[in-house]
Design a protein around this ligand. Structure first.
Ligand code: NAD
Ligand code: DAU
Length: 339
């Protein structure tokens, strides 16, 4: 039987990396192609155990490099594209927006053209709840798929732009697409510039944890494996052209998140340091996942079980994040924070 070819862009990053592993473990009848530029956020050492697996292939390439991408698509004739590759950190988008437009908007357009050219069966665009802007603190309000797009940061504006291009390729050319809009992920291999891995790694090392503003901003946290399961479901069962929100009703203030990590690791709350707020800091994100639940999705983790598993993973895999925080990351940290 012919095996389907699945192209995963950004498969060396946090979520894409977990998705590659999830797919290789779950399906023996798919070839998984991981296409990644290996920016500061990309790392393929996590896939070394798959080196001998004939279903796994790695391609180093830039999604915004039209000629190279067209050549790869013509050669491999992928059946599915699951598109994660992006610049993903809001703070970096505030200090350097240009690369966000190049990768997230132009890169997505190149992939759409290539997918149209070879006629893929499905293009899944992995987007974010940040395209909806933010909510106030009324706990009865949620983002639905019908919430208007009102992105506030250069990052979320670039993601919203790519969402609109994906939609347009479906409406204009009939490309079979889905867009997923997930809330904040956490879990293994999360790059330590983001709140949860930054907090875990710094608390383990008895270092101060920078909390922006008053720490009362709210995020809706989802374990990365539950996000991977959602994408798998949408890829196979999603109705063409539809958007699916992904989230598990795990709203926490940033301060609650940081205090949970500190308590679990048995450290002191004196490690918390309030620092200058993020520019344009979104107040609250919260997802209504009803549409995805109606498709059959149910998360495996709640915040308590997920954060416990994640903290244990960081304790067990110190060498992975140690090699990151001891490299170029130090310059980034000093520039971003002055603590
Ligand atoms: P990440 O920063 O950990 O990984 C991004 C990956 O993309 C890296 O491996 C990087 O090398 C690669 N990449 C960057 N530019 C590239 C280019 N030009 N060509 C090829 N590869 C390139 O990101 P993440 O947190 O895993 O997020 C993955 C996707 O999921 C993004 O599209 C993001 O917008 C979306 N998302 C993230 C979250 C979250 O909480 N992290 C939530 C919802 C949606
Ligand atoms: O909602 C989905 C989005 O979640 C994804 O699209 C993004 O790619 C992902 O990075 C994430 O964006 P956030 O900006 O919400 O995540 P971050 O971990 O950067 O910040 C989470 C919250 O913690 C936010 O309110 C800012 C705050 N924060 C963050 C950092 C890095 C701090 O207080 N201190 C920090 O040092």
């Amino acid at each position: 039987m012919k095996k389907n070819k699945v192209l995963v862009t950004g498969g060396a990053g946090f979520i894409g990396g977990n998705f590659v592993q999830y797919m290789l473990d779950k399906y023996s009848d798919y070839y998984i192609f991981n296409l990644d530029l290996l920016t500061y956020a990309g790392d393929i050492t996590k896939h070394h155990s798959y080196k001998e697996n004939e279903n796994y292939h790695f391609i180093k390439a830039d999604i915004a490099d039209r000629e190279t991408i067209m050549t790869i698509f013509e050669k491999e004739k992928f059946d599915y594209v699951v598109h994660f590759a992006a610049e993903s950190h809001v703070d970096r988008s505030i200090s350097d927006p240009g690369i966000f437009v190049k990768t997230n908007v132009l890169g997505t357009q190149v992939l759409l053209d290539a997918s149209k050219e070879i006629g893929v069966s499905k293009f899944v665009h992995v987007s974010t709840d940040e395209v909806y802007g933010d909510l106030d603190f009324d706990p009865t309000t949620f983002f639905t798929e019908k919430t208007p797009l009102q992105p506030n940061s250069p990052y979320s504006a670039s993601k919203a732009s790519s969402d609109l291009l994906v939609r347009a390729y479906h409406e204009t050319y009939g490309l079979p697409v889905n867009i997923t809009r997930c809330s904040n992920n956490y879990g293994p291999y999360h790059f330590p510039e983001k709140l949860i891995p930054l907090t875990i790694s710094r608390v383990i090392n008895d270092q101060k944890v920078p909390v922006y503003g008053d720490g009362r901003n709210i995020r809706d946290w989802l374990h990365v494996i539950d996000h991977c399961a959602a994408i798998d479901l949408v890829m196979h069962e999603g109705v063409n052209g539809e958007v699916y929100n992904v989230g598990g009703h795990n709203e926490r203030t940033n301060l609650e998140v940081v205090k949970t990590v500190i308590k679990t690791l048995g450290k002191s709350e004196e490690l918390i340091e309030f620092v200058k707020d993020r520019l344009g800091h979104d107040k609250r994100y919260a997802i209504d996942p009803t549409k995805l639940e109606n498709l059959g999705w149910k998360p495996k983790y709640n915040f308590e079980t997920g954060i416990a598993q994640t903290i244990q993973w960081y304790l067990d895999n110190k060498e992975w994040w140690d090699q990151i925080i001891s490299g170029e990351y130090q310059n980034y940290f000093e520039k971003q924070y002055s603590i």
